[in-house]
Design a binder for this molecule. Structure first.
Ligand code: 5RP
Length: 222
């Protein structure tokens, strides 16, 4: 199977998960990226069964609306049973690196409201130790150089994502060379650097369910 076919298979599995576990009339949180896009396409078949969605990026909002799926402001939502999103890396504890698409902050905010985080990935994303994929960190523009110096003290090499501005008007530093053996501790340390908006480490709030696309089919890991 191609990587896209694996992504499509997990996206359909996530739509099936929503159909089975979300009460009728629910609001579903929707992530960002190529795997999330396949999920949006699969979710279109359920649009009369759900009340609507919350989008984790402007790109996701546009794609949802393109399918005629209602998109709500997160401030108007108190109950969201399920959030579905991809990841750049995920470990056996379901900690993740996210933000390859630059939507990490909104993804983390929407995930914080959700009851269950369903991560959808192809098998290449499951790793023993995270860090091979550079860790995205969203920073306030005026703090870019100072945050980069602080990140270097943690042992990484921060690289500015050229020509990229987040939906929140901020910049991304991609931090290379970290071996993430303590995901929760590192997430807390990075979050304490003044000028950091969010790191792409999702360990304080990891996924609850991983739907992993493999050539033998979709594996469910809890
Ligand atoms: C976007 C993300 C994505 O979930 C992550 O980059 C995975 O993307 P893809 O499904 O395209 O591999 O965190 O900010």
């Amino acid at each position: 199977m191609t990587q896209d076919e694996l992504k499509q298979a997990v996206a359909q599995a996530a739509a099936d998960y929503v159909a089975k576990h979300a009460p009728a009339g629910s609001i579903i949180g929707v992530g960002t990226g190529s795997t999330a896009n396949f999920f949006i396409d699969a979710l279109a078949a359920l649009k009369d069964r759900i009340k609507g969605t919350v989008a984790s990026s402007e790109a996701t909002r546009k794609r949802l609306e393109g399918h005629g799926i209602a998109v709500f402001d997160l401030n108007d939502v108190t109950d969201m049973p399920i959030y579905v999103d991809g990841a750049d890396e995920i470990d056996a504890g379901l900690n993740m690196i996210k933000g390859g698409g630059g939507a990490l902050t909104r993804e983390k905010i929407v995930a914080a409201v959700a009851g269950t985080f369903v991560c959808i990935c192809d098998a290449s994303k499951l790793v023993d130790t995270m860090g091979k994929f550079p860790l995205p960190v969203e920073v306030i523009p005026m703090a870019r150089a100072q945050v980069a110096r602080e990140l270097a003290k943690l042992g990484g090499t921060p690289v500015l994502r050229e020509g990229f501005v987040t939906d929140n008007g901020n910049l991304i530093l991609d931090v290379k060379g970290l071996a993430i053996t303590d995901p929760k501790g590192l997430e807390a340390r990075i979050n304490q650097i003044t000028g950091v908006v969010t790191s792409g480490l999702f360990a304080v709030r990891p996924a609850n369910v991983l739907l992993l696309g493999t050539s033998e089919g979709v594996r469910t890991i809890l």
